[in-house]
Design a protein around this ligand. Structure first.
Ligand code: SF4
Ligand code: SF4
Ligand code: SF4
Ligand code: FES
Length: 520
């Protein structure tokens, strides 16, 4: 047995145990990427670095065995900074988008490629579910949004942008026509109550998402109909019946709508006592607005940019009351975000900003790369839609034009998760040139994107262990080394027995199942 100290815990472990395993035995978590218990260490990623307190030397904990009297530090500033640098080196060569460019520019951050995949399969119900995770009012926005997402669509480089906005409207309208409207999963009531002032896009969205989290939401509006500034757009563009139907779907979640109720300064102060939080979503501020005693500037209420907290505790503001905007989707997105912030505040008693995730990005495709991205799309022209929107057939054709620029593994990618945790900066060690994108797609099996590979060798070791006929191997040398199947065999032949095993073990989205999202 060997006696050593890790972060001030003195422990004894069998000779030959790695420092990483010894730490794990006392509940100290050290990240890994290239290490897999089943196949052992490879010592290439360096995210498992720890420090020997006696010598000050940093080393890879996954591959170094413990030694008598060692004193290990796993979590000081130097180890944290070194892991961050190790991640930044991996990211410097990494060519991939965790989230598609369209999703990144959508102010509500809707998962557009996933919506498109589901529409393309004809699963309109699940597509609506995906849309409604971020956009509470898809049929309304489908009619009025100037579609900033389409301006960011990569398909525009090839021919024309995917008609994202009308696809979203299509799934929204399918639901409005249905006699079994979609009702999101509702958490049991928490006992917390939130007052939302204003039944415009921001207020409706905030109430919808708060209610789903189990927090009873009550919307107050001075008008006799919900919709706020949406009611001013005009029947020819946005029929009142569409607003009514989408509001009804929000009310169906249990949101209480109190119309014809004006909130003056006295009532506002009472609401702060009666409710656990208040969301001010009163629309563009004018001289007619009552003075709620909140700090304002020229554009509207003063609120933290990421938490929406105003100058008063428990009072949040969203939508045009912060800054007038013609983009209703921005207000809808802020409504969703403020609901998350308030939900977390109820859990932790702390107001924290809306969590922003790490996103690897590589920008524009080179013309020579179109072919790689077109592999996952169909070569149809942009489908035309009129005021009634798409037919089912046209919607499916349009959705199939999407090139699926997002990563197939954004939720379990260890590289993304650690880059988030260590606040890694992708550009820090990046050169001018990048590797070319390359996509291998097998619709019944795997997607392999070599430009997302960190050369951890896990797939090589696993295919060897499972005695694949061809398996994966390292091809080439030095800087240009790549992972591939020997003898120019296809990826399918390389992964005959192990396709699901390697997809699960790959720490990035380099190898992922094509239908990874099947069980949403
Ligand atoms: S492999 Fe990971 S880090 Fe890279 S694009 Fe995919 S999710 Fe993002
Ligand atoms: S092609 Fe699809 S995934 Fe790519 S940016 Fe356009 S809509 Fe988004
Ligand atoms: S493809 Fe293989 S070598 Fe590359 S990151 Fe995935 S498991 Fe590691
Ligand atoms: S070097 Fe230890 S996990 Fe990669």
């Amino acid at each position: 047995m060997i006696k050593l100290t890790i972060d001030n815990h003195t422990i004894e472990v069998p000779t030959g145990t790695s420092v990483w395993k010894a730490a794990q035995s006392v509940g100290i978590e050290i990240p890994t990427m290239c290490y897999l218990e089943e196949t052992g260490h490879f010592t290439s990623c360096m995210v498992c670095l720890v420090k020997d307190a006696h010598t000050g030397r940093l080393f890879a904990s996954c591959s170094v065995p413990v030694s008598e009297g060692q004193n290990i530090i796993t979590n000081d500033a130097e180890t944290t900074e070194s892991r961050k640098a190790a991640l930044e080196l991996l990211l410097s060569e990494h060519v991939g988008d965790c989230e598609a460019p369209c999703q990144l520019v959508c102010p509500a951050h809707m998962n557009i490629p996933l919506m498109n995949r589901l529409i393309a399969k004809g699963d309109f119900g699940k597509a609506l579910e995906v849309v409604k995770r971020d956009i509470a009012l898809p049929s309304i926005l489908g009619r009025i949004c100037p579609a900033p997402c389409e301006a960011g669509c990569r398909r525009k480089q090839v021919d024309e942008a995917v008609s994202i906005c009308h696809l979203k409207m299509f799934v929204g309208d399918e639901d409005l026509k249905s006699d079994k409207p979609y009702l999101p999963k509702l958490a049991p009531l928490s006992g917390k109550k939130v007052a939302v002032i204003g039944a415009g896009p921001a207020g409706l969205a905030a109430a919808y998402y708060l209610q789903q989290k189990g927090h009873q939401s009550v919307i107050f509006d001075k008008n006799s109909q919900a919709g706020g500034e949406l009611r001013l757009i005009g029947e020819d563009i946005l029929p009142g019946s569409v607003i009514d139907q989408e509001v009804a779907r929000i009310v169906a979640t249990g949101v209480e709508l109190r119309l014809d109720e004006t909130i003056d300064a006295v009532r506002f102060s009472a609401l702060q006592d009666e409710f656990d939080a208040v969301v001010v979503a009163t629309g563009t501020l004018t001289d007619e607005n009552p003075d709620f005693g909140l700090k304002t500037i020229k554009t509207g209420f003063v609120a933290d940019k990421t938490s929406y907290l105003t100058s008063s505790p428990k009072v949040f503001a969203a939508g045009n009351s912060l800054r007038a905007s013609k983009l209703a989707v921005r207000s809808v997105g802020q409504g969703k975000e403020v609901a998350t912030v308030i939900g977390n505040y109820f859990k932790t008693s702390e107001v924290k900003g809306y969590p922003e995730r790490f996103n690897s990005k590589f920008g524009r495709l080179a013309e020579s790369e179109f072919i790689q991205y077109k592999k996952d799309s169909e070569d149809a022209p942009r489908q035309k839609s009129d005021a009634a929107g798409f037919s089912k057939e046209a919607a499916m054709i349009e959705a199939k034009r999407c090139m699926h620029c997002d990563c197939r593994n954004p939720e379990s990618c260890v590289l993304r998760e650690l880059s988030d945790r260590y606040q890694a900066i992708q550009k820090r060690f990046q050169g001018e040139e990048r590797f070319n994108v390359e996509r291998f797609i097998h619709r019944e099996g795997i997607v392999y994107e070599s430009n997302k590979c960190i050369k951890c060798g896990i797939c090589v070791r696993l295919t060897r262990e499972h005695q694949e006929e061809f398996g994966f191997t390292f091809i080439g040398r030095g800087f240009d080394v790549k992972i591939g199947v020997p003898f120019n065999e296809s990826v399918q032949r390389g992964l005959k027995k192990t396709v699901a095993i390697v997809a699960k073990a790959c720490p990035t989205g380099a190898l992922a199942m094509f239908n990874a999202e099947e069980n949403l």
